[in-house]
Design a protein around this ligand. Structure first.
Ligand code: OAD
Length: 272
């Protein structure tokens, strides 16, 4: 066993001793709920529990490429709420930036499309946006890029944009990854990186969507893995060096920062 015990204090000691110099962080919607953005699968508050008005055959259809081809309107009805811009990063986002500032962040793998990691200060080259983002948009047929201003207008008007090449006229979609679509190359180029990490922190994800859900398994056997989440998920907890902190992310990162002697620094960074 690498850690002295499967506790937060043992993780903090491991970090303080300088043994965690390459940390990988894996995140999902749960790190943004305290910013006011709903997650997907929480029973009452999650997005999928609140889509009845869209008359979908099943909730995840709103992000399914096959369904979108036939009926893109439900996605565009929702897109306004999902579009980044109106939210402030949480202290959990700032914690990831703190790891970066201390030179300890090897890579952040996020499933989120809210861009709050970037807004918290984590640089682009440290982030793998595994499920894409709203940063670009293109035609799903000919892949022609679509102007951002026109996309903003379409989202604001809840209308469905079509390819600017008239002879094509395909549907346009933000480059967020839908079910049935390939993840970005950046994900596949970096997916083995957890094997080089000496600490893994998984936060705010149900680990229910593949292939992202398999990332924590890429960590070496003796690499401590910490889960900070409202519930136990995936196979987290199955290894001797797994530490489960089943609690709110913001509370968990504050406790971890405090045990590392970083709490004031973290609060300052978040308030900036
Ligand atoms: P989910 O909604 O599936 O899971 C969120 C997890 O975070 C759950 O385990 C919650 O218990 C936990 N959680 C929520 N709020 C929390 C908080 N404040 N503190 C601690 N834990 C909290 O979201 P993801 O795992 O991100 O993909 O979902 C994965 C993918 O499914 C998304 O990227 C999206 C979705 O369909 C696509 O659309 C392609």
């Amino acid at each position: 066993q690498t850690l002295k015990s499967r506790t937060l204090d043992a993780v903090a000691e491991y970090i303080r001793d300088g043994r965690a110099r390459r940390i990988v962080v894996m995140t999902g919607a749960g790190i943004s709920t305290s910013a006011g953005i709903p997650d997907f699968r929480s029973p009452d508050t999650g997005l999928y529990a609140n889509l009845a008005r869209l008359n979908l055959p099943y909730a995840e259809a709103v992000f399914d490429i096959g369904y979108f081809r036939g009926n893109p309107l439900p996605f565009y009805t929702l897109a306004q709420e999902l579009y980044p811009g109106n939210y402030r990063p949480t202290i959990t986002h700032s914690f990831i930036n703190l790891l970066h500032q201390k030179g300890l962040l090897l890579k952040l793998f996020t499933q989120n499309i809210d861009c709050l990691e970037r807004e918290a200060g984590v640089p682009d080259d440290k982030i793998v946006e595994a499920h894409g983002s709203f940063a670009r948009q293109s035609c799903i047929e000919c892949k022609a890029p679509y102007p951002e201003e026109l996309m903003k207008k379409a989202i604001h008007e809840k209308s469905v944009p079509h390819c600017i090449r008239e002879e094509c006229d395909g549907l346009v979609k933000p480059e967020i990854v839908f079910f049935g679509e390939q993840l970005p190359a950046d994900f596949f180029e970096n997916r083995s990186l957890p094997g080089e990490a000496d600490l893994c922190i998984v936060m705010g994800t149900s680990l229910s969507v593949q292939p992202f859900a398999s990332l924590p398994m890429m960590c070496g056997d003796g690499t401590p893995r910490v889960l900070i989440n409202g519930e136990q998920v995936g196979e987290m907890g199955s290894r001797a060096d797994d530490v489960l902190l089943i609690q709110d992310c913001d509370t968990g990162v504050r406790k971890l920062a405090e045990a590392c002697g970083w709490l004031d620094e973290l609060e300052d960074l978040w308030e900036q």
